[in-house]
Write a protein that binds this ligand. Structure first.
Ligand code: ZN
Length: 464
């Protein structure tokens, strides 16, 4: 009997420890871990490498600044290079899901190198009635932007496939809509992802800062205060507690937000917490210029240290990139922080950062890394144990990393739509060297070798 592939001599990260075994792969699945070497068509020598469950990035924006048929090509390529085997799109769909979702699904099916799934943003009241429809399409998590409303109530939507111009839309999110979405999601057995910033407080803060001619990332952080995050966290949590809905707070990067979430969890609200690599590495004190402008803002170096502590203590469940596939000419369109575009790319650097700053500096173990970047994420978003673990029967989504490899970050190395990285020139120790999706090598030494369209849509069930 011959199997498809065997990975030999790696240190395999399992939920209960690290073992030195060979991984047998057949028909895209993990067949088992062994000490011997059975007959296989392909043998991957992973001597000295660590085998991690493929990274799942729960938070990716693509399809906003280029249409999805192009964005999926460029961004899933970066994902594969960065060790990401499943990327979850934050779809911001204009109009009706019933009318407009299918073109996205078919355009996506032809273009991804890695597997992908979708969170559906609810931006208009009429879309609440289409949440059932989304679950039937395998989309079982919904995103709420609590920062959109009032006079700043506009957002860049995803382009419809075939379009190629930036699509701005007026959006009004109020507490009534928040309540309706959370209530409906709870009935459907779906998780709600929450962007927790209070639009009124942010709007006031920004007006005030601009009227005083303040500028720079510190002013940006001050204008969108941590108190605004706390206010939104409290509002959403109270509604979720009443309905029993599971909440997932995206991009948490301040101590105040963490404290507020701890309080709500003690009250009995079911909450998961995500942070992003930039809240673990950047502060407004350390960053020059406006490249690192993002919502919520990067905070003080003290906050940065506190978020690391929360990661180390297991208070953070998952790490996502909040990757935005934009370009410098759009990003730095004006001369002040207020003119700059928020968001930057992050998929290519997530794993190197966590290996370099986390594992290699002794902050987290490989086991914690696997939980934060794969296992927990798969469990929260109903993909486990198909994804998120190296074990018999699971998809053979594996990233082989070299903990000793040192390389400088450059945007050219991470060949996506974006022409910059906020980490340009950073020396990282620890890089992915092979990314396998369902048993097939998609990327090797930061070169993609699979065909586009190999990546499959991961349809997810509800939790009820
Ligand atoms: Zn985001």
């Amino acid at each position: 009997m011959t199997f498809d592939t065997i990975i030999v001599n790696s240190h395999v990260v399992l939920p209960n420890g690290i073992v030195d075994k060979n991984i047998i792969i057949d028909e895209g699945k993990i067949l088992g871990l062994t000490n011997d070497i059975p007959q296989c068509d392909t043998k991957i020598n992973a001597n000295g490498l660590v085998a991690l469950p493929g990274v799942i990035d729960p938070h990716v924006h693509y399809g906003v600044y280029s249409p999805i048929e192009q964005a999926a090509l460029t961004e899933s390529k970066v994902a594969a290079m960065g060790g990401i085997t499943t990327m979850m799109r934050m779809l911001r769909l204009s109009g009706s899901y019933k009318k407009n979702l299918d073109p996205h699904l078919s355009a996506s099916a032809k273009s991804h190198y890695v597997d992908y799934s979708i969170h559906a943003s609810i931006l208009h009241e009429e879309q609440i009635d289409e949440m059932d429809f989304c679950t039937k399409k395998g989309i079982t998590s919904f995103k709420l932007y609590m920062n959109l409303g009032d006079e700043v109530g506009h957002v860049y939507m995803d382009m419809q496939p075939g379009e190629n111009s930036i699509h701005e839309e007026k959006v009004e999110i109020n507490t009534k809509i928040v309540e309706k979405v959370i209530t409906k999601a709870s009935k459907l057995g779906c998780t709600v992802l929450v962007h927790a910033e209070d639009y009124q407080m942010c709007s006031c803060g920004m007006h005030e800062a601009r009227s005083k001619n303040k500028d720079g990332l510190a002013a940006w952080s001050e204008s969108r205060s941590v108190e605004s995050e706390v206010k939104s966290i409290t509002t959403a949590s109270q509604i979720a507690k009443k309905t029993g809905c599971k909440l997932y707070f995206v991009h948490i990067g301040s101590q105040a937000a963490m404290d507020s979430i701890s309080k709500e969890k003690k009250n009995g609200t079911k909450i998961f917490v995500e942070t992003c690599p930039h809240y673990l590495t950047l502060s407004y004190e350390s960053q020059q210029g406006f490249l690192a402008k993002v919502m919520p803002p990067i905070r003080s170096s003290k906050d940065k240290d506190r978020i690391w502590n929360a990661v180390e203590d297991g208070k953070i469940d998952s790490i996502g990139t909040d990757h935005v596939a934009n370009r410098l000419n759009l990003k730095l369109g004006g001369s002040t922080v207020w003119d700059a575009l928020a968001g930057f790319p992050g998929m290519g650097t997530m794993l190197p950062i966590l290996l370099s700053e986390g594992v290699n500096k002794g902050k987290i173990t490989l086991h914690q890394l696997a939980n934060l970047t794969s296992t927990n994420t798969a469990k929260i978003f109903e993909m486990y144990p198909k994804k998120g673990i190296i074990q018999k029967g699971s998809d053979a989504d594996i990233v082989l990393v070299d903990l000793k490899q040192e390389k400088k970050v450059s945007s050219e190395l991470l060949d996506g739509f974006s022409d910059y990285s906020v980490y340009e020139g950073w020396m990282m120790k620890g890089w992915p060297v092979k990314t396998l999706v369902r048993g097939s090598i998609v990327s090797e030494d930061l070169k993609v070798i699979q065909k586009p369209g190999y990546g499959k849509f991961v349809s997810r069930p509800t939790s009820s």
